[in-house]
Design a binder for this molecule. Structure first.
Ligand SMILES: Nc1ncnc2c1ncn2[C@@H]1O[C@H](COP(=O)(O)OP(=O)(O)OP(=O)(O)O)[C@@H](O)[C@H]1O
Length: 252
């Protein structure tokens, strides 16, 4: 999909987005831009609203209580989730979301159909291209997803999203459960997906990964933006260090 960014280069603009659950304000008046072609990192302690932010950006499973989300120049906060995906804004989930008894390749074809709106031969071709793009072992593409390794399931998750040719990919803690060498491999994979022209927003607790790949970093705390800017400066910000202490340590 050809991305048509805003004049300042923003592919996505979130403006004063808020999500309430009864009394709890899980995302509180958050505004930011994601520029075309960048990798934009998001960090924050457990429960700070990171996944909820992805939920409301993509409408899966709910939109914002208030605020505006502009993607490629169009307001999307009231669109149904499938329209947002097919407009080119696609997400992954923290928990395994593959169909366990379907093969790896069938899972990625489903991604091409749902996220890309493709059919038949086009979906198959897009799936093969996406599996190649993530370096998935060809000999293991016909195995049921439940028989794959943890890293292969991460590759599958990313391939399923990439098969729809998104303009922007939102990755929710993709390094969870991976070994250090696998995290390094994942970092190279994220960079290579960006180099194919996909803008990436990356939620992560593993700061080595965020620092390796992100051009800009935003830290959330209690639903609000605590700091944003150059990743190396943000992680040294005293407010950021304090927000993590006593909750979950920065993983370096
Ligand atoms: N559907 C929901 N109903 C009620 N409360 C919710 C719902 N989803 C999230 N919350 C609450 O919103 C807050 C933010 O949760 P969220 O999952 O977005 O945090 P997070 O930063 O992604 O955390 P983690 O790093 O642990 O994944 C938490 O207090 C959580 O309990």
């Amino acid at each position: 999909m050809n991305a048509s960014p805003d004049q300042n280069g923003a592919l996505l603009q979130a403006r004063n987005v808020t999500r309430r659950f009864g009394e709890l304000v899980a995302v509180n008046d958050v505004s930011f831009d994601v520029l075309k072609g960048e990798i934009f990192g998001i960090a924050g302690p457990n429960g700070s609203g990171k996944s909820t932010l992805f939920n409301i950006l993509t409408g899966i499973p709910f939109g914002p209580s208030a605020g505006r989300i502009i993607f490629m120049g169009e307001e999307i906060q009231r669109l149904p989730a499938y329209r947002i995906s097919q407009a080119g804004l696609v997400r992954t989930f923290q928990k395994d979301a593959e169909f366990p008894t379907m093969t790896a390749r069938e899972n990625v074809v489903c991604g091409a159909v749902y996220c890309g709106g493709l059919r038949r031969d086009a979906a198959q071709a897009a799936a093969d291209d996406a599996l190649d793009a993530v370096g998935f072992d060809k000999r293991r593409q016909s195995l049921p997803a439940m028989d794959l390794s943890v890293y292969e399931r991460k590759q599958l998750m990313i391939a399923s999203a990439v098969a729809g040719s998104p303009a922007m990919l939102l990755l929710d803690e993709p390094a969870a459960g991976l070994t250090k060498p696998e995290i390094k491999e994942l970092g190279d994979l994220v960079l290579s997906i960006r180099d194919r022209g996909v803008t990436i927003v990356l939620i992560e607790h593993v700061l080595t990964l965020l620092l390796k790949v992100s051009e800009r970093l935003m830290v959330l705390n209690q639903g609000a933006v605590l700091a944003h800017g150059d990743p190396h400066e943000v992680v040294r910000d005293q407010r950021v260090v304090e927000a993590y202490l006593g909750k979950r340590e920065l993983v370096l």
